[in-house]
Design a protein around this ligand. Structure first.
Ligand code: ZN
Length: 377
């Protein structure tokens, strides 16, 4: 018998109908107390050797309908290696239908919007990195569901660098990026990491939104709040996740920051800038241009031609973290966006954008920071 399950860490799907391998109709659950939906993650059982057609319907109202054309779902039979499935999108069918076709070679296949990064893996990461020499881990606060907001501190230099991810929990590539960056930071044989650790103190929050991650949300916390619109005035009742991190940033000061995200629609890696903040300085703009130029040279997966249009002078949304930090601290504060689809300049037919490439980009972003440290303050 064919069954669909999603009652696990970051699972999200509703079964509308299963009448056979060629007629599996599903829908995505909304984030709790929110209108957003786009993240899905489920297990298909009992279809080994059968040609399966899965339809996810009602996607016209999803958070980013522009994310579906050109998108391919990820699937895995061992939950380690995630490959892309044959996927197509028809905006006219059943209010927007994503059709996924596969012939499983195993009894169970996992299928998701992007390679999941579970909360258990988060704890494994914190334990592993936290056990390395010279690393400290502390709890900055708790989420609404009572989960810890973990901060990993590495290095003892005077410059304060903050790296944080998964304000939007469905953007799991952001935590794969974190895994790559953290592994590099604790590599005793890596000269760039050693230089960084000597000159800077790195504050790393690998998961800003553990509740949304576990609940299988795209964009919000347990109260349906988009954390990246809370940075002007976070509160203990709506957004304790932001409140505790911002308090820690104020305590340490911030000389540089990177907020790591995924973008549903744009098939490129890019940095969203902060040039619309009221107090923007020539130095901040020069640092931003310098960082981008260095990262372009270091990583063929990064580019500067495609991205969000710049916000007009004085028009920046100060509820968003990097705008808020650039304004408050006068520093370089960047939003890094990776694709859910692929980097179309360097596509990978098998995997598309992947955990492996996210991790490589995390390592490369550190190298760009390392080169720029003398200029940051
Ligand atoms: Zn995001």
């Amino acid at each position: 018998m064919i069954t669909i399950d999603a009652a696990f860490d970051s699972g999200n799907i509703e079964v509308r109908r299963i009448t056979g391998a060629d007629d599996i109709v599903l829908a995505i659950r909304r984030d709790h107390l929110s209108e957003f939906y786009q993240w899905f993650h489920f297990r298909l059982s009992g279809a080994r050797g059968q040609a399966v057609t899965i339809r996810i319907v009602d996607l016209a109202g999803s958070a980013y309908p522009g994310g579906w054309p050109g998108y391919r779902a990820v699937m895995s039979s061992d939950r380690q290696h995630w490959a892309r499935a044959d996927t197509s999108y028809d905006p006219a069918a059943d209010n927007g239908t994503l059709t996924i076709k596969m012939t499983p070679d195993s009894d169970q296949v996992w299928c998701a919007y992007f390679a999941p990064y579970s909360l258990e893996r988060h704890h494994d990461l914190v334990a592993r990195i936290g056990g390395a020499p010279g690393v400290q881990v502390d709890v900055l606060g708790h989420s609404l569901d009572g989960r810890p907001i973990d901060r990993i501190r590495i290095g003892d230099g005077p410059l304060q660098l903050w790296l944080y991810a998964r304000q939007h929990p469905g953007e799991s590539m952001a935590q794969w990026w974190m895994e790559g960056a953290l592994e590099r930071l604790v590599d005793a044989g890596d000269p760039a990491a050693r230089a960084l650790r000597a000159k800077a103190t790195l504050h790393v929050v690998p998961n800003m939104n553990p509740d949304g991650s576990v609940r299988g949300h795209l964009r919000t916390n347990a109260a349906g709040v988009n954390l990246n619109r809370e940075w002007a005035a976070p509160t203990a009742t709506r957004s304790p996740e932001v409140l505790c991190v911002l308090d820690a940033m104020i305590a340490s000061g911030v000389d540089g920051a990177m907020d790591v995200h995924g973008d549903e629609a744009i098939p490129h890696v890019f940095i969203a800038d902060f040039e619309g903040i009221p107090s923007i300085t020539d130095k901040q703009l020069a640092l931003l241009a310098d960082y981008k130029a260095r990262l372009v040279r270091i990583s063929p997966d990064f580019q500067t031609r495609r991205g969000y249009p710049p916000s007009g002078a004085g028009k920046a949304n100060l509820t968003m973290s990097t705008n808020a930090l650039a304004e408050r601290f006068g520093c370089l504060a960047m939003t890094l966006e990776m694709p859910f689809k692929d980097n179309d300049d360097l596509p990978c037919p098998v995997q598309g954008w992947s955990p492996e490439r996210s991790k490589a980009l995390g390592r490369d972003c550190l190298a760009a920071f390392m080169e720029m440290l003398p200029d940051l303050r």
